[in-house]
Design a protein around this ligand. Sequence first.
Ligand code: C5P
Length: 221
Amino acid sequence: RAGGALQGVKAVVTAGPTREPIDPVRFITNRSSGKMGYALAAALRALGAEVVLVSGPTALATPAGVARIDVETAAQMLDATQRAAADAQMLVGTAAVADYRVEAVAEHKIKKRDDAVQLTLVKNPDILAELRAAQPQLFIVGFAAETEKLADHAREKLARKKLDLIAANWVGDGQAFDRDDNALQVFWPGGERALAQAPKTELARELAALIAERYQSRTAQ
Ligand code: C5P
């Protein structure tokens, strides 16, 4: 792998959904297969990066040469990502992290006694935002899944989360989720590029090349 564009770079990739328990047998989750994150981990590895994949529950095999840490909740994902990224240069957040968790997880299975039950949800930490605050030098790539105003929302997220690059895709209407192909609109401060509809493995190679290009151009400054 000598000479890969990301030789000597440690990259942490978050992938898949998180699972937030309600009681011992139930949980809240997001729709995410993890396919894009796993494909991207493999593509970054192919460019020579040392890759750590912090993964929520998925049905996918670990890409060759990639170290994988399995987690369930957003809190666990944050903790594992902080540890793995402490000596990393790059963080790529493809995970569909649950925005909220149940405030008080029931110790025993909730009985279906009442006609309605109320769950209080509290906000989960934003993993990318926490890592940005702790490691200003980290090159951070985020994802944005949008159902409207894709470019506006992606650019707003890029700025608010102080990301170095964001890859946005349309969701809903059978697009993206659990499919093997996808299309991406990529934004960075001062530029953008469209990556046309393609299998996620091919799209991941194109995105990894673009990430390497932007990483090098920032490092060169
Ligand atoms: O704000 P939004 O959730 O749409 O941002 C999506 C991006 O932020 C993705 O890269 C996702 O992995 C990341 N994220 C995160 N922690 C959260 C929520 C989202 O790292 N709690």
